[in-house]
Design a protein around this ligand. Structure first.
Ligand code: ADP
Length: 207
């Protein structure tokens, strides 16, 4: 198994003060996958080359769920920075499956990578769109020399993606495209999603 460490207590550097149930997997000799419960708005590893991923919407001007939490924690400067991202077409700054980067402002993490997952019941190919969202977030991170990145469970809130299917796409895509980063985290807000992610990681990475 490539599970290399399991910590059940707050571990200092790595994730704010609410990192519980951190389970660590080796993706390669230089890249680790970490799965933990917690609030992604509190996450940071080094405050200079780290990014949290926002499950945004195409307008990029804030919303509910993790998007609202990130905007509240980052402060109003984040919305101003998002507003300045050029529109791809009217009202669309980040098309579904793409990613855009801004500073993190008042967050502990230095950057926010905004991506847009599919609305499960509306998107014609939700699996391809979700894969693109993860892959393009990793591509943008590497372009900016980010070494540590934290994802939430993109599309698993109001966008309605089934957890088990979402976990397969999330973990397999990270496994495929994480090389070049030092650590990729999933910071999961709910116990049920954390459990699904952990089981999927054991299957897809752990052996
Ligand atoms: P989407 O529109 O992509 O479905 P949501 O924000 O509705 O996005 O939900 C995505 C996931 O983010 C959900 O599993 C939700 O529980 C989780 N979430 C909400 N707040 C936070 C937070 N502060 N940190 C990490 N995950 C969060």
């Amino acid at each position: 198994s490539s599970i290399i460490r399991v910590s059940t207590m707050s571990a200092g550097a790595g994730s704010g003060d609410n990192n519980i149930g951190v389970v660590e997997f080796a993706l390669s000799s230089s890249c680790r996958l970490k799965i933990q419960k917690g609030d992604i708005t509190q996450w940071s590893v080094d405050g200079s080359s780290d990014a949290i991923v926002n499950a945004a919407n195409e307008r990029m001007l804030g919303g509910g769920g993790v998007d609202g939490a990130i905007h509240r924690a980052a402060g109003p400067e984040l919305k101003e920075a998002c507003y300045k991202v050029p529109e791809d077409r009217p009202g669309v700054r980040c098309p579904t499956g793409e990613a855009r980067i801004t500073p993190g402002f008042r967050l502990a993490a230095s950057h926010v990578i905004h991506t847009v997952g599919p609305i499960y019941d509306v998107d014609k190919s939700p699996e391809a769109s979700l894969k693109n969202a993860y892959r393009n977030s990793l591509v943008v991170a590497k372009e900016k020399n980010i070494q540590y990145i934290a994802f939430p469970a993109i599309s698993c809130g109001v966008y309605g993606y089934p957890y088990d299917k979402a976990a397969s796409v999330a973990i397999s895509t990270v496994k495929e495209f994480a090389n070049g980063l030092k650590e990729v985290y999933f910071v999961l807000f709910s116990d049920d999603i954390y459990d699904v992610w952990l089981e999927k990681a054991k299957v897809l990475v752990g052996n």
